[in-house]
Design a protein around this ligand. Sequence first.
Ligand code: SF4
Length: 501
Amino acid sequence: MKVHLINPSHVSFGVAVITPRWLYVMAAATPSTFDDPLITDETLDPLDPCRIQRGDVVGIGIHTGNALRGYELGRLARERGAYVIFGGIHATLFPEEALELGGAHVVVKGDGDLIWATVLADCVAGSPQRIYEGGKVEGASLLPARWDLLPKDRYMWASVQTLRGCPKHCSFCSVWRTDGQRPRPRSSDAVIREIVQLRRLGFRFIALADDNFYPVTLQDLALASRRGDMQRFEQLKAIREERFDLMTRLAQLPREMVFYTQITMEAAEDSAFLEAMRNANIKGALVGVESVTQEGLKAVHKNFNLAGEALVNRLQMFRQHGVHVLGSFIFGLPTDRPETFEATVKLAQNAGITFAQFVMLTPFPGTVDFARWETEMAEDKTRIGGIPLTRHWLIPQAIRPKVYTPHPAMSAREIQERTQASWDRFYSLKLVWQRSSCVRSVRARLAFVLISKLYRQMYANTGIATDSARVSRSARWARWIAKPCRRLFLSAPMPDLQLPV
Ligand code: SF4
């Protein structure tokens, strides 16, 4: 009985930016009584079905964006006689759907780190249950990944998780509901061990793939203290100290190592934290800006962000501490107007944001927005390809709409076109070249341009180019520039690198 682990994707680029960590964590969770799992990451290459034999176990991890491809693979694996097991956020939210449409024998809800061995043992015994509850595994029990199984020369960045969970409650995000609001940090020892292993293998760039690397704000501490809730205060303080401890350890690694993470904008007011990030060589952070207006922020329950000039100042704080920002913006909020798009790009440029992504408001399952929308849509009879809009992830890619809720001021087409224009403007050669002044040499500036163009090509999926010819042209172009881009991140392995004391 062989174990297969598959990361589904309907488009493959040959080279990928970040390692899909879950594949290698589940490989670590596979007991040594089995052979090493056979891993397929379809963002690199499509699955070769011939690898799957009768009696094998096929584990497929899905989020909402790749659920449809995952179901296709699940049915295919079942036809070939394998046990099919689904996990991941989407399967956790819709276990019955995976059982019904994905050919699943089993669905694992929650974290798979500890329950996976039981699921495999039950498959060997020929009596797997339909559903297993993996729960929310404590930080100390989260497993390090089996990086020794990584294919050579395919990824630009490796990914290590230092903590799971986010205390916020943004209305468009499911993380705080699925991973919980209580941060579950791993020990800095465990994190550093993985990072050293990755550097030994030749990775110099590491994404700290956390839900929120800054889980305790200065305001959280002040509030607990004002309330006189000393127990809460001490808990928060301990989490904050653990973050600083981790960053001190990161600072002891070779200086050429570069880290990247995701944080909330509140970190900008915490200069001690930003300074520790600088020392740790955390050179980049994805920051959810979402909207540049106060009304927009209110609409997504993100009042803790700032708008207008104050927002520009706050974002500039990151740059002043050597942290490059990948700003994430949402378009299509009810408060957006035609002028919002251009104003957003202008603000992103003025605030010194290094990279940006512009996404269209989509009601994702597991979010507050989705629950409200599903209720509102109860009477809606619209079907696309026979699928109701509230199950949009099941609509084939080519005909899947990109805007789901009627907007008070703009048509769906206008929102799509203006979003696409925002990508085009922000990643125009002129603006990219201006931003490339954040690095010194001409060679580094050219590399910056190449990476910016690749980023735009891989992630600007706003739905204008949904016909298959254009999608495959776009993927070909991305594949073509991905290879030289990867070389920019290469580094000689350091097999003798020791753990910092
Ligand atoms: S969007 Fe970010 S800050 Fe908001 S709940 Fe999700 S992970 Fe937390």
